[in-house]
Ligand binder design. Sequence first.
Ligand code: NAG
Ligand code: NAG
Length: 123
Amino acid sequence: MIAFIFAFFAVMMFLQPSMIAGSKPPTIKPFNFSGDLREGLRIMVMCSIMDGEGPFDFRWFKDGAPLQTEKGHFSVESFNEFTSILTIEHLNALSNGNYTCRVTNSAGTDEKSDVLIMKGETR
Ligand SMILES: *[C@@H]1O[C@H](CO)[C@@H](O)[C@H](O)[C@H]1NC(C)=O
Ligand SMILES: *[C@@H]1O[C@H](CO)[C@@H](O)[C@H](O)[C@H]1NC(C)=O
């Protein structure tokens, strides 16, 4: 029992620095789909974290629903522990939508969104 209590406090003391380090919620750098958005292009946007400490959990959404990564449509790769890259493989009318990157750490959550409107498909 005493050993258990000792172990408990030892673990608490060990956790302390990482808990302090994780006490700042993430801040995502805004991204956008500006520029030439023509059918068939490959488009990449980067969700990168400017502030806050990891570990981070990255989630991508399209129109509020979790993005389904599908071969040939969307792919999501982590570039480093602060950066997730979304690739839209072949831009088409179905790509239009509101894309959101949501990042969570132990202290909180941030999210940034941008709307993709493919040129020539807006009417
Ligand atoms: C979108 O990104 C470009 C460069 O990547 C920047 O110049 C522009 O100001 C951004 N637009 C908005 C609305 O954030
Ligand atoms: C895009 O989605 C985000 C998150 O759901 C929302 O806050 C934002 O208002 C949406 N933007 C537009 C233009 O609908």
